[in-house]
Design a protein around this ligand. Structure first.
Ligand code: ATP
Length: 241
């Protein structure tokens, strides 16, 4: 079952400074939405707010619903139970554990309302490179391998909604394509994904809908084809390869 994400009237502030003000952003079930925008536009703040409402800072108000159920005010654990998984920019893997230990250290929480649960072998089938590196320490992996491991760990927790913060950072272009193609496969299988990307060219290859964030606000939304025809996008992001 695919999940629908609905963000409404979301405000996130650090002290007096408002970092995100998103009136409406919807990710339809089993689709991949991309949020693009310059450095400091508020992309990480937005995706972190969707994943975890429990932190005292930043200050958050508004509504985030998954299949109509309000996530606001729930703890990080409760998010996991409802099938929300964030792969943060720092990636959150245990550097001192091997690939396989990292994958075994997490599993679908009992009684969760999550999506498909991935066994360790399912993750290896998706990312054969991880199987080859299964006895290596996560700390010795390349950036791309570590990103695969982070996604693999998230899948073990049976997400319905996967939130990815800049998965392409530090990866060689070929690896970015491979990784995003795999993410696309997961979406075809029913997963709902919200992807934050500074690498607009990479994002346009796999997303169904793109949202352009500027100073915390969504200033343009459209399909990749529509965005390619938007002069603001072309000028700022798609002009030169
Ligand atoms: P990047 O691509 O550099 O990660 P971003 O689009 O993800 O940028 P955010 O990191 O969400 O942007 O930052 C949005 C705004 O909020 C920026 O003005 C930033 O300086 C501010 N900000 C982010 N984190 C904090 C924090 N912990 N305390 C205070 N201000 C913050």
């Amino acid at each position: 079952m695919s999940a629908r994400l609905q963000i409404g009237g979301l405000r996130v502030a650090y002290g007096q400074a408002e970092a995100v003000a998103v009136d409406s952003l919807v990710v339809e079930p089993g689709t991949l939405a991309g949020v693009i925008g310059a450095n400091g536009a508020g992309k990480s703040t937005l995706i972190n707010a969707v994943a975890n409402w429990s932190r005292a800072e930043p200050r958050i108000s508004g509504s985030v619903r998954l299949d109509g159920e309000e996530l606001t005010g729930l703890s990080a654990d409760q998010h996991v139970h409802r099938g929300v998984q964030l792969v943060p920019e720092g990636r959150g893997v245990f550097m001192g554990l091997s690939v396989e230990e990292n994958l075994k250290a997490v599993a679908r929480p009992g009684g969760s309302h999550g999506g498909r649960s991935y066994a360790v072998d399912d993750v290896y089938a998706l990312f054969p490179r991880l199987r080859e590196r299964r006895t290596n320490l996560a700390g010795s992996l390349s950036g791309g391998e570590r990103q695969m491991l982070a996604v693999g760990r998230a899948l073990r927790m049976a997400p319905k909604l996967l939130l990815l913060d800049e998965p392409s950072i530090g990866l060689a272009p070929r690896l970015v394509s491979t990784l995003l193609a795999t993410i696309r496969e997961l979406v075809e299988g029913g997963l709902t994904v919200l992807l934050v990307e500074q690498n607009v060219h990479a994002a346009t290859e796999v997303t169904d809908v793109l949202h352009l964030l500027e100073r915390g606000r969504v200033v343009a939304t459209g399909t990749v084809a529509e965005m390619r025809n938007d002069p603001r996008i072309v000028e700022a992001y798609l002009g030169a390869r």
